[in-house]
Design a protein. Structure first.
Length: 317
């Protein structure tokens, strides 16, 4: 059963009436309801279209966090053949918040990094809600080093509220691990593509998103800090998260204008959670096209393109 967000209540009410009428029709009642069902379904779709045509940044944040939104495992399952997961950082432990491995993507071998939040209570606890610890970022560095050795392009699927802020993570060098992962991404001699599929939160996201080509799903967000945390700092009131989301310019539509990202991948009407197979296929098409642009380029050209891309961010002249 699809769960509705608060601002989707008008659609939820219409869908509820449709289900009621279908139950009546299925119970042997003689009342002619097919026309009414069709009318209500059409009205629900039109209402949904109108809502999603004018989403606020805070509403986009809610969509990006929707529990039914496809996660990294869904993209890996749908796009990667012969996926071989690789575990551990060869130093401390395995971190299930980051999925890493190698596989075949539409005819080419690739290295994959994905931040995974989990789909139910058990998997969310196992994945630490997608918030990686230092060992997760060191695992990412290990996979990028492997990609470098074997000339594999790197595909990153970004979806995290941020790196884990716990005491243990800080004691094991969280900031240093994030910095080294960011540096490894910037220094890759192979092509890299990053796709923000939900939340792209803070350094925890950019640690695997320093890519030649950065794309975002239409209703995803990418920010230096979560709206709630930003509101707590700016106004000492986390309840002003809506104001923070608006002022921080965290939507794909804002960020492409500032050249922080390179592409927006369109989502199905009502968000990625309403048609997972469609959005996974669209993401695959975008990744394939992005990687193809770097075919034939030398390592020096790939590095130069990536360096120029990040140096251009924020420049107005």
């Amino acid at each position: 059963m699809l769960s509705f967000l608060d601002f989707e209540k008008p659609v939820a009410d219409l869908q509820g009436k449709v289900h009621e009428l279908k139950a009546v029709a299925g119970s042997g009642e003689t009342v002619e309801v097919s026309q009414e069902i069709a009318r209500l379904e059409q009205k629900a779709e039109q209402t949904l279209k109108e809502l999603y045509a004018k989403l606020t940044p805070w509403q986009k944040t809610q969509v990006a966090r929707h529990p039914d939104r496809p996660h990294a495992v869904d993209y890996i399952t749908g796009l990667i053949e012969d996926f071989t997961p690789l575990s551990g950082d060869r130093s401390y432990a395995e971190d299930a918040a980051i999925i890493a491995g190698i596989g075949r993507f539409r005819g080419r071998s690739v290295a994959i990094l994905g931040q995974e939040k989990g789909a139910d209570t058990q998997s969310r606890l196992k994945r630490n809600f997608g918030m990686a610890r230092p060992e997760g970022y060191r695992k990412a560095v290990r996979i990028m080093d492997m990609a470098e050795r074997f000339s594999l392009p790197v595909v990153s699927l970004v979806d995290t509220a941020g790196a884990y802020p716990g005491i243990g993570a800080e004691e094991r060098g969280q900031a240093e691990a994030i910095a080294r992962s960011t540096d490894a991404g910037l220094g890759l001699s192979t092509a890299s593509v990053a796709l923000i599929i939900g939340e792209g939160g803070s350094g925890g996201a950019i640690a695997i998103a320093t890519a030649n080509h950065v794309a975002m799903l239409e209703h995803s967000i990418y920010s230096v800090i979560s709206p709630e945390a930003g509101a707590s700092i700016l106004w000492r009131d986390s309840a002003r998260a809506q104001d923070a989301a608006t002022n921080m310019k965290i939507t794909a539509q804002d960020l492409i204008g500032m050249r922080v990202i390179d592409e927006i991948v369109e989502e199905p009407l009502g968000g990625a959670h309403r048609a997972k197979e469609i959005v996974v296929d669209r993401a695959g098409t975008a990744i394939e096209a992005a990687l193809a642009r770097f075919d034939g380029m030398s390592a020096e050209e790939i590095r130069a393109q990536r360096r120029a891309k990040f140096l251009e961010i924020g420049r107005t002249l």
